[in-house]
Write a protein that binds this ligand. Structure first.
Ligand code: UTP
Length: 298
């Protein structure tokens, strides 16, 4: 398979579920413990071997660009004061020039439209999509797990590979859901014969829900060119993937290892903070005791 070098990170959504926090601040800059949600996704992509990140931004998102840029005054001040550890932490958010490209989605017309806005930078090669709302705590980066599977696929037609998780039937209406053709021998991957956006439980083809990690064949962009509106009046990535399946591009779902947190919802975001903080050597033990006490008092 052709190597996956580029990842698209759509960050142009309005983040209405977090208002008023997101009135003047992008939701991707909300922090899970000590770093913005977006940094978790960026670190995952780079740790998985991705070379170029394409951010699809919108109005009011400049804090994201600033976060991944030099902060000259801050860096000079930390250096002058000998705060080496803090300086290293700040410097770790800078990458070699050209690592990140920014394209603008002028109107939030949907996830499919956001990905389509990156088409010229993606070009004609397979690419990853990471939705920064989802952060995954585990031993191996989630995208690296998908890339391992992808690189070992043997097809002449390219492929789409999508991270999935099993959900309770009543939850299907919140996700894209894959229609399973057949499971592969390892029982962690299956071939899909379709995909539906946010189906009602009685209409869902399975309980295999798509979360925010994809490796996509560039033919998906051709389907997005049509700018067709789907569920909720939005241009849906799901619909373009479905068209690509119907065109004969092999499409697989893969169950990744690790615990996923949906930081696009308040509950998932709070839970992610607790889980990541509990992993911290310094604050983990005392936090665990404090949480147990809180729960007892509740
Ligand atoms: P969401 O469905 O979570 O929407 O988008 P949202 O606007 O970010 O948040 P809420 O629902 O209003 O609280 C999923 C992902 O797709 C991106 C978002 O930034 C997020 O990463 N997105 C969505 C875009 O970039 N553009 C869009 O038009 C829609």
């Amino acid at each position: 398979m052709q190597r996956v070098r580029k990842a698209v990170l759509p960050v142009a959504g309005l983040g209405t579920r977090f208002l008023p926090a997101t009135k003047a601040m992008p939701k991707e800059m909300l922090t899970v413990v000590d770093r913005p949600v977006i940094q978790h996704a960026v670190q995952e992509a780079l740790a998985s071997g991705i070379e170029q990140l394409i951010f699809v931004t919108g109005r009011g998102k400049t804090a994201i660009e600033d976060h991944f840029d030099h902060a000259f005054e801050l860096e000079a001040t930390l250096a002058a004061r000998g705060k080496d550890e803090a300086l290293q932490t700040v410097e770790a958010t800078n990458f070699p020039p050209g690592t990140i490209a920014y394209v603008r989605q002028q109107e939030p017309l949907g996830l499919g439209h956001a990905v389509w806005c990156a088409r010229h930078v993606i070009g004609d090669e397979p690419f990853a999509v990471l939705l920064p709302d989802d952060i995954i705590l585990g031993d191996q980066p989630c995208l690296a797990q998908l890339l391992d599977v992808y690189e070992n696929l043997a097809t002449d037609n390219g492929a789409n590979l999508i991270g999935v998780e099993g959900v309770e039937p009543e939850m299907t209406r919140k996700f894209g859901v894959l229609d399973i053709d057949r499971w592969l021998d390892d029982e962690t991957s299956f071939i899909a014969k379709g995909i539906v956006e946010k189906p009602r439980p009685e209409e869902a083809p399975s309980n295999m829900a798509v979360f925010g990690r994809y490796i996509l064949d560039p033919t998906v962009l051709k389907h997005l060119d049509k700018q067709e509106r789907g569920t909720g009046g939005e241009i849906q990535l799901t619909d373009a993937i479905d068209a690509s399946i119907r065109e004969g591009v092999p499409t697989l779902g893969h169950l990744c290892e690790g615990r996923r947190f949906d930081c696009g919802s308040k509950e998932g975001f709070v839970l992610a903070n607790v889980a990541y903080a509990l992993q911290d050597d310094l604050m983990g033990p005392s936090l665990r005791r404090a949480i147990q006490e809180l729960v007892r008092e509740d």
